[in-house]
Design a protein around this ligand. Structure first.
Ligand code: HT7
Ligand code: ZN
Length: 865
């Protein structure tokens, strides 16, 4: 397959102003009739070339005149009509087979309900079309089907007609008044339970809200509905953005490749991000629902009203919308720890992508399969880039930029550059160097040295930046890096910043060149610097902190992220020293420092839970070029055990204090449960039999999934005596509930036990495990390959072989999911022999598959190349 290049972008030669679709539903033979008003764009005589895949063409007519086979030509991917006028009506009829569609792209069946997924390029599996985001058409959709089987037949916009046909079928017609690209088209037909509510917009309009869930699931729909209403109110308050249709529908389906999809007026959701009650879902699940419901809702303006010119611009809508959903969640929970969790994703996953074979800028320049670019780089690093603009411009300046963006581009398909231009113009702020973030892959590294002059009481920071070469680009230039700085004295008190250098709001210094220095005056003693408060840029920072300086920041800095980061750095330092055989223990002052944090009654519970986290394996792996994995895992165990025995009494006391009589879903109760789980983990590491008793009691006495799963997770992670019986109990209770069993499947995947492989085979045979369902497949497979480090990296290579087998099966079932799950193998260059060679050998075998999908070709090819 050939790569498409951003530099090859050309505006469309034709556009489609209106499309009337008629879709006659039959599981194996759905007829799709489209009537399109097509217009030539610009002066040329080129033929009309439409995209289409896996379609059985029935007929083509232009202005009511049927074309014979000489009037058009077809390939597997295109329909070309040579002789067309400047404006004409094009009528095309195709047949498709939704039942055979296991890729979950286009029109497919999810447990008997018809549904669609068109982003990025799935509409071409429904009919021939100009399947690109810069062709915006008005859609009218008529769905014809058996109303007893499909009481709800839904599409975008407003329902304008419903009619009983002579043959007993029902025809329902929907009209979307907003022109849109076809990736935002949606159709759903099925039998659901419906939760209905309403929202009054700031201008007083009444919007009907409808949430469709599988029969019997209404008791799990309330939180999603409440989150939707919160999101609608938040977007009005923060951005002045109001919903624009009279109805907003959300449908939850079980078979879905990603989290959800923002189709205009008709969102389709993975049921994981809708269905939750206290018995079946964890606090983390509730958080996920709030953020994904918010995310899809916010797309109505950042994505739908203003959309992308081409798919290289994906971060225009995704980076911005992730940033908006992160801010929404922060405002809803009112907690600083959201930021820590967001940064942890960047450091564990995005840094790996930036250093790996698929490295790409947030605006990629070359793509083979677009589905491979829905990445942590485009989404999460993209959000960090938007956040940096927010940091540099301030909340008011950012809002001015957003207002100008909508004023200029509402109803258009635009580029990332149009967004930055609006920010720049609205604030008269120079973002020319900042634009590098859109062009350059890789994680910039900022190295800092300092000098304190006691005589002049001045303190100088010397910065230099460098971005290492990435798989896609060797030459890098300096970028615009906002560094939020603080200085602290030995007691941890903040020192006021006096400098001639320009600092923007909140003491943000803009590093714009390869190297630069800043001098602070009136600094009475040598300070401890905090150089990246709030993780003000997605970079790696190198400064030679002493242990004591890091302890000072960990204990006293007012910025939660900096405190967490300081402890992570301290622990990582000794984990590496142990892994490298340079030492065997953690120094006592660090143990005392962590203990002081654990016993500090002033630290709020949610933050304390984060401060007591060990660095993640992924985060550690991303700190070095090459890893000998088993010594690293052993070193982590050493540190865990050592800290655990010091923390044991304190954690046991805290654990008892934190018990709550009943389940509440407010921020404080959630924080207590999270700290309580963290304490239980430390107790288990120090004293497995004691933890075993606590886990059994917690599991049996609790009525909520958060605590039950905490008990189960710890029993599983530490392979406690009750592990098997608790897992069996859980299976008995929930075996008919796929969503809940995902949690169990995930635990089976990451079971750190010698029985792990035999167990995996048993689990794969369970009736509720289906490789065709992405949630099930992901839970077990990623549980093993992304979380079970010891056995995934088993010395004989059997972990890699197990994953490769799953990938081979998924290649023909669902290429998108195969391409996502293969990720751990593609990182082979990070590991020393024999692991690297064993991983590579599996990739080479996969690369030989005769029916290898485009998705895997791109990823495996780059990894081996
Ligand atoms: N915009 C949505 C993207 C999406 C998607 C992309 C590829 C294949 C399947 C997909 N399902 C949804 C999701 C979002 O960012 O809101
Ligand atoms: Zn999105």
């Amino acid at each position: 397959a050939k790569a498409k290049l951003l530099s090859d972008y050309r505006s469309p030669e034709f556009t489609i102003d209106q499309i009337d679709l008629t879709i006659e539903l039959e599981p194996q033979a759905t007829r799709v009739t489209s009537v399109m008003q097509v217009r030539r764009q610009g002066r040329h005589n080129n033929p009309l070339v439409l995209e289409g895949e896996q379609l059985q063409l029935q007929s083509v007519a232009i202005d009511g005149r049927m074309l014979d086979a000489t009037g058009y030509s077809q390939t597997d991917t295109h329909l070309t009509i040579a002789e067309v006028g400047d404006a004409f009506e094009l009528n095309i009829v195709v047949m498709i087979n939704p039942q055979a569609n296991t890729s979950l792209e286009g029109l497919y069946l999810s447990d008997g309900a018809f549904c669609t997924q068109c982003e990025a390029e799935g509409f071409r599996k429904i009919t021939y079309y100009l399947d690109r985001p810069d062709v915006l058409a008005r859609f009218t959709t008529t769905i014809i089907g058996d109303a007893s089987q499909f009481p709800f037949m839904l599409s975008n916009g407003n329902q304008v007609a419903k009619q009983q046909l002579d043959d007993g079928r029902t025809a329902v017609t929907w009209q979307d008044p907003f022109p849109k690209p076809c990736y935002l088209f949606a159709l759903v037909a099925g039998d659901f339970d419906l939760l209905e509510d309403s929202f009054q917009t700031m201008s007083g309009r009444h919007v009907t809200l409808q949430l469709f869930v599988d029969k019997g699931n209404l008791d799990r729909a309330d939180y999603a509905m409440a989150s939707l209403k919160n999101a609608m109110a938040w977007d009005e308050q923060v951005y002045g953005l109001e919903y624009d249709l009279d109805i907003y529908m959300v449908v939850a389906v079980d078979f879905f490749n990603m989290g959800a999809m923002e189709n205009k007026g008709l969102n389709v959701f993975n049921s994981k991000y809708v269905l939750a009650n206290a018995r079946s879902a964890t606090d983390q699940d509730f958080n996920g629902i709030e953020s994904v419901i918010g995310h899809e809702y916010f797309h109505n303006w950042t994505g739908n009203r203003v959309t992308c010119r081409d798919w290289f611009q994906l971060s225009l809508k995704e980076g911005l919308t992730v940033f908006r959903d992160q801010c929404f969640s922060e405002d809803m929970t009112g907690s600083a720890v959201n930021r820590i969790d967001d940064v942890a994703i960047i450091r564990s996953h995005q840094f790996a992508e930036d250093a790996g074979p698929m490295a790409h800028p947030i605006r990629p320049q070359s793509v083979i399969e677009m589905n491979n670019f829905y990445t942590v780089t485009v989404y999460n690093k993209g959000a960090e880039v938007i956040r940096m603009m927010h940091t540099l411009l301030g909340a008011d300046g950012f809002r001015r930029g957003m207002d100008l963006y909508f004023e200029r581009h509402d109803g258009q398909a635009v580029t990332c550059d149009d967004f930055v231009q609006a920010m720049e113009d609205a604030n008269a702020f120079d973002l020319s160097r900042f634009r590098t973030w859109y062009q350059q892959a890789g994680t910039p590294e900022v190295s800092v040295t300092d000098h304190y002059n006691a005589e002049t009481q001045t303190y100088t920071l010397n910065f230099s930046q460098q971005t290492p070469a990435t798989a896609d680009q060797s030459d890098k230039t300096a970028t615009h890096i906002p560094l939020r700085i603080g200085l602290y004295d030995d007691t941890g008190a903040a020192i006021p910043l006096n400098t001639e250098a320009k600092l923007t709001d909140g003491n943000v210094y803009s590093l714009l060149t390869e190297s630069a220095s800043v001098t602070f005056d009136h600094v009475k003693t040598a300070p401890t610097p905090a150089l990246l408060k709030g993780f003000s840029a997605p970079i790696k920072l190198n400064y030679q902190y002493s242990d004591v300086q890091l302890l000072t920041l960990a204990q006293h800095c007012e910025d939660g992220f900096t405190r967490w980061d300081a402890i992570q750095s301290l622990l990582a330092r000794y984990i590496w020293q142990i892994a490298d055989g340079e030492t065997s223990t953690l120094p006592q002052n660090i143990i005392d420092g962590v203990l002081a944090i654990a016993s500090d009654g002033e630290i709020e519970a949610a933050l304390k839970a984060r401060l007591l986290q060990l660095p993640t394996v992924n985060g550690l792996v991303n700190q070095r070029q090459q890893i000998d994995i088993h010594p690293l895992l052993n070193a982590l165990d050493v540190i865990r055990e050592q800290l655990a025995s010091a923390l044991y009494d304190c954690c046991l006391a805290l654990y008892q204090q934190l018990q709550q009589p009943d389940y509440q879903l407010d921020a404080e109760s959630i924080a207590k449960r999270s700290l309580s789980a963290s304490c239980l983990g430390w107790i288990a590491a120090a004293n497995p039999p004691a933890a075993d008793q606590l886990c059994v009691a917690l599991y049996n006495n609790s009525d909520n999934m958060t605590e039950q799963l905490n008990a189960l997770t710890i029993a599983n992670r530490f392979d406690l005596a009750s592990r098997n019986s608790l897992m069996d109990q859980f299976e008995q209770r929930w075996q008919d509930d796929g969503l809940v069993m995902d949690k169990w499947l995930n635990l089976q995947g990451c079971w750190n036990s010698e029985q792990c492989f035999g167990n995996l085979a048993k689990v794969e045979g369970k009736p509720f495990f289906k490789l065709t369902n992405p949630n099930r497949a992901r839970s077990l497979i990623a549980g093993f390959s992304a979380m079970n480090y010891r056995y995934f990296h088993a010395q004989d290579g059997s972990g890699y072989q197990w994953l490769a087998e799953k990938i081979q099966n998924l290649n023909s079932i669902n290429p998108q999911i195969a391409a996502r799950l293969i990720n751990p193998l593609t990182q082979w260059r990070k590991f020393t022999a024999p692991q690297a060679d064993q991983m590579k050998a599996q990739l080479e075998q996969i690369y030989q598959l005769s029916d290898l999908s485009k998705d895997l070709q791109e990823i495996v090819g780059k990894s081996l190349g």
